[in-house]
Design a protein around this ligand. Structure first.
Ligand SMILES: [Zn+2]
Length: 67
């Protein structure tokens, strides 16, 4: 996994292709929430780094609080 600092695009380190947004289901505190995450169109591997995961989790927390 590598990040192009200029274009801000993610690439799969294995396939060397740009990642595309893909719906993924995350589980958090017993809740399931669907989010778009960067995924490799070739091997299908999703890229969720710790920073992204934490950002998503705070979004989920807000969504849960809104309900
Ligand atoms: Zn790949």
């Amino acid at each position: 996994m590598a990040v192009d600092s200029e274009a801000r695009t993610w690439k799969c380190a294995k396939c060397n292709v740009e990642l595309v947004p893909k719906k993924a289901v995350l589980e958090y505190l017993g809740h399931t929430v669907s989010h778009e995450v960067p995924a490799c169109p070739k091997c299908g591997k999703t890229m969720i780094c710790q920073e992204l995961a934490e950002g998503r989790m705070s979004e989920v927390e807000q969504q849960l609080e809104d309900k």
